[in-house]
Design a protein around this ligand. Structure first.
Ligand SMILES: CC(C)(COP(=O)(O)OP(=O)(O)OC[C@H]1O[C@@H](n2cnc3c(N)ncnc32)[C@H](O)[C@@H]1OP(=O)(O)O)[C@@H](O)C(=O)NCCC(=O)NCCS
Length: 170
């Protein structure tokens, strides 16, 4: 059975919790060759989330209420009807238990009604991250290496497309 995950939008006062998640997941920041953001940087980033109507950052808790990850995504970006996942992060000691896959399935279900396509960006030379998205059915779409690569999955016509098809049948 898929693990249960609860999604909660992060409020600016929860910066310490998000920061602790980053501290508990050092391998990802090592892989990117950078340092773990400090608390001030996390606080500033959360303020930019509040000011960007397209950007959403959610904490992920398991059935016991433990913080196991975060997901950072944009709606209607880059095009209307697209959803772009900028970072899915599962706490290092919780990886490889199927949580990442459950999060992706839940997001796909939640956004299917208003979303035509989901994109995922993978920063740097992150082979495991790329393999993860391919396993979820996402296809390599855009090569912007060495900075990032993009993966995408079509979910079907958005409601707007469907209305257009109905009013202009072939
Ligand atoms: C990539 C990432 C999100 C995947 O999350 P995850 O929870 O580990 O993903 P899953 O458990 O669903 O699947 C990943 C692995 O677990 C294995 N797995 C899944 N369910 C399993 C289970 N029940 N038992 C054993 N292994 C399992 C998969 O085969 C896969 O193996 P691999 O990564 O060694 O190839 C996570 O590794 C992560 O946070 N990485 C750092 C950030 C990152 O790179 N994000 C991706 C770019 S946005």
């Amino acid at each position: 059975m898929n693990p249960t995950i609860r999604f909660t939008p992060v409020a600016p006062h929860q910066a310490p919790e998000l920061h602790q998640l980053y501290l508990d997941t050092p391998g990802y920041f090592d892989l990117l060759g950078g340092s773990i953001p400090n608390l001030g940087e996390v606080q500033r980033d959360l303020m930019t989330v509040v000011s960007d109507p397209h950007r959403h950052l959610e904490l992920l808790h398991d059935a016991r209420g433990e913080l196991v990850g975060s997901v950072d995504y944009k709606t209607d970006y880059p095009e209307p009807g697209d959803l772009t996942i900028n970072l899915l992060l599962i706490r290092e000691d919780c990886q490889s238990r199927g949580l990442g896959q459950s999060v992706v399935e839940a997001l796909e279900q939640r956004f299917a009604p208003q979303t035509r396509r989901i994109l995922a960006s993978v920063l740097g030379d992150n082979k495991r991250g790329a393999r993860f998205w391919e396993r979820q059915g996402y296809r390599f779409t855009l090569d912007a290496r060495p900075v990032m690569t993009w993966y995408a999955k079509e979910l079907g016509p958005s409601p707007t497309d469907a209305r257009t098809l109905l009013s202009h049948p072939a």
